[in-house]
Design a protein around this ligand. Structure first.
Ligand code: ZN
Length: 446
């Protein structure tokens, strides 16, 4: 029996994270046998007399506990979209809270917990580390028993970006793919993680969805002077980026390969139907102010929330965009949980606002073929960096070797008619050199 178990799981390998409500008071081993989950960990704090949870808890759309206060916790729909948010979160299907330990990379100075949870006890925690789901459990009464403050400091030292403490003491128990911390207690709820089943043969091919924002019927998103339409730019950018990514061996699915209208729900359904989708990128241009020109300008990327693989993807793209020298907003990464395609895609999702079509300097860029080409390459390079895919350069078409010409040049060089055969083979001759050649050859015949 282990004293201490800790694992991190890449979000993209997760098929589902489920909150198991254990009203039948089964043991963890029985739940494992029943569900076939790969990782199991005890959940949030509950009242041992009433057997009801006392912290925010929602499972499969059903709210089991909704106290009057707001607190940082984890929310998700299917699992790979897990993120730390302020709870309650009406939009997500599942959430869990208990005691926040690390929020946004920062330690929570004064921890809030029930006096009964204090002292050196067994501890359970979940969080995000290196953009992965992190799970942690120590046995009550074991050598790794910790106070909540020590647990927080241990996890921070281990590089966790965010963390919450779950129910601890005698409730602490886990089975992380065979690594176990055992307890005789049947707890109210458990966190169950299921990996994607073809996990042993995870495809090496990376898949990206490119979502060209809007459709041809959208004529409202345009520059004030009517010389630029967002829908046209987005489609063109998707085509340019997909050419780069396909050349690098990435599978690209476009949500809107032509001008046809596709609803936001359909775009997300398309992405969510792809097993092992690595990244969803939505392409747009920004707008500010009313119907006239505005001063706001520059590139930015929108994410559902901070951290995780989406943040890594956005940072990788941003680094290449900066390298390309385009104008970037002072806060280029924006967190906005209200954007539909960011909220409803299971894969890491990034929405790019390339520039403001309401800014005169930006709109000149948006319309420029040279700027579009540079941005398409920069962003595709950023995506390749994130995916770990080697960049394949565009190779200019080499003219096929002209063997007939080469043989003729070699024969003339051997006969002493020409003296720089390499230049003739490379077609580096002028009217003058051809004239000289003709005169020399006629002299040979004489
Ligand atoms: Zn847009």
């Amino acid at each position: 029996m282990a004293d201490h178990c800790a694992v991190t799981i890449p979000l993209r390998r997760i098929d589902r994270i489920r909150l198991y409500i254990n009203t039948a008071r089964k043991s963890l081993a029985a739940i494992r046998a029943e569900t076939g989950a790969d990782y199991l960990l005890n959940g949030t704090l509950y009242d041992m007399v009433s057997f009801l949870p006392v912290c925010h808890l929602k499972a499969d759309g059903e709210v089991f506990c909704r106290p009057a206060y707001s607190v940082a916790g984890y929310a998700w729909d299917r699992g790979a979209d897990l993120s730390m948010v302020t709870l309650p979160d009406e939009a997500r299907q599942n959430y869990i809270a208990c005691t926040p330990l690390i929020v946004g990379g920062r330690r929570v100075e004064k921890l809030t917990y029930d006096p009964g949870q204090g002292g050196k006890r067994g501890r359970s925690a979940m969080g995000i580390k290196d953009g992965r789901l992190a799970l942690y459990c120590t046995r009550d009464g074991g050598t790794m028993a910790r106070t909540p403050e020590q647990l927080r400091d241990d996890l921070l030292a281990a590089g966790w970006e965010s963390a919450i403490m779950l129910d601890g003491g005698g409730s602490s128990q886990c089975d992380f793919a065979g690594q176990q911390v055992e307890s005789g207690r049947a707890v109210h709820d458990l966190i169950l993680v299921y990996l994607k089943k073809e996990g042993n043969t995870v495809s090496e091919t990376k898949t990206v969805v490119l979502d060209a924002g809007h459709d041809a019927s959208n004529l409202a998103n345009r520059s004030p002077d009517g010389t630029y339409y967002e829908h046209e730019f987005c489609l063109d950018m998707a085509k340019r980026m997909s050419a780069h990514l396909r050349r690098c061996g990435v599978t690209v699915v476009e949500t809107r390969p032509d001008g046809t209208a596709v609803s936001l729900a359909e775009r997300c359904a398309m992405a969510n139907a792809i097993q092992d989708l690595d990244l969803f990128v939505s392409l747009h241009s920004n707008a500010a102010g009313g119907s006239g020109w505005s001063s706001a300008r520059g590139w930015s990327a929108y994410l559902y929330g901070p951290g995780g693989e989406r943040e890594q993807a956005a940072q990788a793209i941003l680094a290449r965009v900066r390298e390309a020298g385009t104008a970037v907003r002072s806060a280029p990464i924006v967190y906005d949980p209200s954007l539909y395609v960011l909220k409803h895609t299971a894969a890491p999702a990034v929405l790019i606002e390339h520039a403001f079509h309401t800014n005169e300097a930006d709109v000149e860029n948006l319309k420029s073929d040279v700027w579009r080409a540079a941005m398409a390459e920069a962003q595709a390079r950023g995506i390749a960096d994130y995916l770990g895919v080697a960049w394949v350069s565009e190779t200019p078409q080499e003219p096929a070797a002209d063997e007939e010409l080469e043989q003729a040049v070699d024969a003339l060089a051997a006969a002493g008619v020409i003296d720089s055969p390499d230049r003739w083979k490379a077609l580096e001759y002028t009217d003058k050199s051809v004239r000289a050649l003709l005169i020399k050859m006629a002299a040979k015949l004489a």
